[in-house]
Design a protein around this ligand. Sequence first.
Ligand code: ZN
Length: 393
Amino acid sequence: MLNIGQLAQTGLLKKYGTDEIIFHQGDPGHEMFILLKGRVRLLAHSTDGTDIPFMDVNAGDFFGEMSLLENAPRSATVQALDDCMVIVINETNFESIIAQQPALALRIMKGMSKRIRQINEELAQLKGEINSEEGSEPEHKVDTPATSSIQNISDLVPEGHGSYPDIAPPSDAEYLFEKEIDCPVCGQKFTTTMVRSSKLKLKGVDSDLRQTFEGFNSLWYMVWVCPHCFYANFNFEFKKVDPNMRQWVTSQTERMKATGFKYSHPRRLDEVFMAFYLALNCLQNNKPDASRIAKIWLRLSWLYADAHDEAMYKYASQKALEYFSEAYYNTHRNTSVEQDQRLTLLLAELNLRTDHPEEALKHYRNSIVRKGGSAILNRQAEDKIQELKELLH
Ligand SMILES: [Zn+2]
């Protein structure tokens, strides 16, 4: 824990009112800020000159540390969202503070090392200079805007997972409501955001079974996370917990706590991804269930597709394919003919996406069931086979 009293004596205490700008992007900076009270928002210039919010920082976290360490200009504008109180740490008092507060030094280092690369990429993208080549670094160093409230997640997310600044649109609110539920793992109560299904208007179902709705992305609200024990799962199977899972989640709670995971209002895409990876971690227990893991990867592939992250979209599709294949070939299934057809079609689709057209063709053919099969699904497979044949020749 940080000793705030001691910091207040060493640093300089400052107050900012709602909407006040703490500093502007491009300003020279020689201090870092520890937020004692309130919330601030980080904004970055986009190519069209508008400021895009990309991160909120909550009390207890800090921002601007790279300017202090490297004298780099500010890479973001920081605005107070409500009445804020900060400690300003400058070059003069920094060393003595680090000496007195090793915990702070450790937090800064941990927060920075994992994020510098990620933030460089994000800024490059914002500036329209997407440089996706592996191993290449931007030529100039940039300020690390902040340590997000979600920290040290790198061992939960795969390599290549980036930073996704999207924020849920205000129109989402009309589809949502809050409800208190009991966590099936730790037994404590918490409030979760639920979707008003009655308000949803189905727009269509994609060939990989994704349902889309008019004006609302239900994917963002699919994973619930208990803020006490960090048990995370799909809303539709949240109560599906066996003793094995309960034991595993309990053993992981301390580790997951370190992520500082919490959904913001409105929620951010980074948090949505994180919730899915928390759910994935909950399933990596002694008895991993391939079909449940596959469902998470499939949805992650949709999220990456929405975020236009082509490489991660392929990666997640490949993972979904691996786990659905495992579920398909290695486990006893108790499913109807139609469910079987759908799974086979999904395998075909995932093979197609991950550049295995021959495999895809095989699965499309297998999905056709003349007796007892769905005529609609049969036709869907036949159309795909026709398309593929033309493509392959
Ligand atoms: Zn819990």
